[in-house]
Design a protein around this ligand. Structure first.
Ligand SMILES: NC(=O)c1ccc[n+]([C@@H]2O[C@H](COP(=O)([O-])OP(=O)(O)OC[C@H]3O[C@@H](n4cnc5c(N)ncnc54)[C@H](O)[C@@H]3O)[C@@H](O)[C@H]2O)c1
Length: 351
């Protein structure tokens, strides 16, 4: 079935959605957009879509059955709720809300109206993340116990509304939400503590760098980090597993796995070894034939698969991949990150 989409907020991401859908998804036609800035009209019309004169005009357009909300974060709640109440299925950009209580209100309305509601957590289809997920799921190097997920840059700037607290600016909301969503979909089980360190290196109002340690009840711990003031990058992923280590270095997915060799004897004399680190047994280099280096596994993923699932849910009742309840867990972790920073300590939780 063909679906007609209208976009609220035709800025950077709204326009990206339009172009991406046009190129990749036959089942969705973007028919129009609304934006509070009148000057966006020209761009929308040039891109071949109708520019609504008001939000109400968009919400009352009967041919529209799917609305995409891509405004600054603080407007999401109100716009999602009014779209659902107008009988539309709704996709909202991340972070879907500024708190878990806001999201609970939105979920309640989606249940009441029985309309589809999903958050555009497109980074579940990132190649680097999918490689890490495959290494874990296929048990390539055993059980993970510490996973580090980092996105680092050095531009020292937050674009436009992202620098203001009132708009839900800052890096926890902007990039953190992606990394947390990925981790929650990688590791099963509850999170029992959150210890967050937020920094405002150059920003007046919001966090521009942060690190958060998340402890799972199953013994796995993770570190998520976003940096905008980092001049020497660490790998995008560094994963410590019982039988090896995996690194995904960058967005191009350079990297490697070093694993214990299964067919080699793991024995050597335990004499003290004189190394550059000084005399040591523990940190002495291991014999090179006791490990194997293997390439990262191949994966085939596309961001467009997010919309394919949305269409499949509406048309065929398929299982929704990005569920609102999953986004609620992410929102609760984010609440706890801010609480940890406020109190200056790690916070016990059961999320
Ligand atoms: N999933 C991703 O990979 C990804 C990437 C970038 C941005 N985003 C998200 O997309 C959303 C938009 O970000 P952006 O980078 O496109 O911002 P942007 O500033 O480029 O665009 C936002 C647009 O919304 C319009 N707007 C503001 N308030 C509005 C309102 N009340 N009603 C209608 N229009 C309104 C603005 O005029 C602007 O054109 C944010 O929630 C952001 O976090 C997601």
């Amino acid at each position: 079935m063909k679906h007609n989409m209208a976009i609220i907020g035709y800025g950077g991401m709204g326009t990206w959605h339009h172009m991406n859908i046009k190129e990749n998804i036959n089942e969705i036609t973007v028919v129009g957009a609304y934006d509070i800035r009148e000057e966006v009209r020209e761009k929308a019309e040039k891109n071949g879509i109708y520019f609504y004169n008001s939000l109400d005009e968009l919400l009352n357009d009967e041919k529209v059955d799917l609305v995409l909300v891509a405004t600054p974060n603080n407007f999401h709640k109100e716009l999602v709720i009014s779209s659902l109440r107008s009988g539309k299925n709704v996709i909202c950009e991340k972070p879907v809300s500024l708190s878990s209580s806001e999201l609970e209100e939105m979920i309640a309305v989606s249940k009441e109206t029985k309309k589809l509601f999903s958050v555009h957590q497109n980074r579940r289809w990132d190649k680097d993340y999918s490689i890490i997920k495959k290494i874990v799921n296929d048990n390539i190097i055993g059980k993970p116990y510490f996973i580090e997920s980092r996105v680092q840059g050095s531009r020292r700037s937050l674009d436009g509304w992202r620098r203001y607290k009132i708009n839900g600016g800052g890096m926890v909301y902007d990039w953190g939400v992606h990394l947390i969503d990925q981790i929650l979909n990688l590791i099963p089980g509850k999170i029992t503590s959150v210890d967050a360190h937020l920094f405002s290196v150059f920003s007046e109002e919001v966090d521009d760098n942060f690190k958060a340690l998340l402890r799972f009840e199953n013994g796995i711990s993770t570190l998520v980090e976003i940096a905008t003031n980092c001049f020497i990058n660490q790998p995008r992923w560094h994963m410590s597993c019982e039988d090896g280590t995996a690194i995904v270095q960058d967005w191009d997915c350079n990297g490697k796995i070093i694993k214990l060799a299964s067919d080699k004897k793991m024995e050597w004399t335990n004499d003290i070894v004189y190394t550059s680190a000084g005399p040591t047994r523990t940190m002495a280099p291991r014999p090179s034939d006791t490990v194997d280096e293997i390439p990262l596994p191949n994966v085939d993923v596309q961001w467009a698969d997010y919309y394919k699932n949305i269409v499949d849910v509406i048309d065929n009742g398929a299982d929704l991949i990005v569920k609102p309840e999953q986004s609620l867990r992410v929102a609760k972790i984010i609440d706890t990150i801010f609480e940890s920073q406020r109190q200056g300590v790690g916070i016990k939780c059961n999320i």
